[in-house]
Design a protein around this ligand. Sequence first.
Ligand code: PLP
Length: 371
Amino acid sequence: MFTMAQHSTFDIQPSKNPVSDEERKKILDAPGFGQYFTDHMVVIDYEQGKGWHNHRVVPYSEFSVNPANMVLHYGQAIFEGLKAYRHSDGSIVTFRPEANAERFQNSAARMAMPKLSKEDFVDSIRELVKIDAAWVPKAGGEECLYLRPFMFATENGLGVHPAHKFTYVLIASPAGAYFSGGIEPVTVWVSHEYVRACPGGTGAAKFAGNYAASLAAQEAADKEGCDQVLWLDAIERENIEEMGGMNVMFVERDGDDVTIITPALSGSLLPGITRDSLKTVAKDLGYSVDERVITMKELEERVGTGEITEAFACGTAAVINPIGTFKSRDGEFTVNNCESGEITMKMRSTLTGIQHGELPDTHDWLATLVD
Ligand SMILES: *Cc1c(COP(=O)(O)O)cnc(C)c1O
């Protein structure tokens, strides 16, 4: 049976106190990441029995929190991350928002939280970007408006059970080019001591606690002079999983044949939308894609023999970030002389070209938010 999408009406309460044009321009000149927020936010409430209600666009403001709020104690909190881009014709688009909406539903299911409809998710983005359009940086660079949808428990009480009340919020933050001084390959710390996620656990959900659980390993990586952690599987501590905020890919070359190898979704790694999109981009560019188990041992050996020539991380924030050095308790090795690889950069420029409207959107990935 065909059912029409149900769209909710958002109550719009414009800010009486927006940031001045002058101040906003100053911010947009050097936004950094996640430092400044637009004038508004979207809020939708949930209560068991009543469902999602009170859809609204309100001035960006603080929440007051009851000390017994369940999220502070038992951590039911999930989030998403996507971007809005201004094209050279002045229109504003976003990239595959339905994929984020679907993942948000899957994360909710894993954390015993209610599902927000895909229509409400995408409409919330449309409403916020429409009212805060002046905050979307100019076209022509990699600047964008980063969108952060999230949901958390709002019931008060100390009994351990899935909460009956939740709040969905969407906030937006202008973001500068991820690599302002040229693309720099990162050094990763291969963590044998800590694991990020395990079979049956929460690793495939965009769950706030996964990040909390990763921070001690990030500190260990910092101490080793590494930029980020590379996570291994929880059981063997051999299979490469992901970076804990980005997925990973490797370039295998055999003469002119190029294969992109990426760890298969194991149930404990996060199904990245950038990862998924790059599999398609790779095929469009004439490369093969091999999703499978890849161990640290295989990687080191085949980097040594010259069969694996490039490595990179991929996710919404950086799109693609080359990996130059792998470091662990067992030693270290480099890939491609610690330089950004040719295939890596080709994949990156193709995906960013589509996102910024410089290449044709042949897979219908872009959704127009403002004409
Ligand atoms: C968000 C995230 C990614 C990347 O997902 P994208 O949809 O490509 O941004 C990878 N790993 C983890 C743990 C994440 O939270």
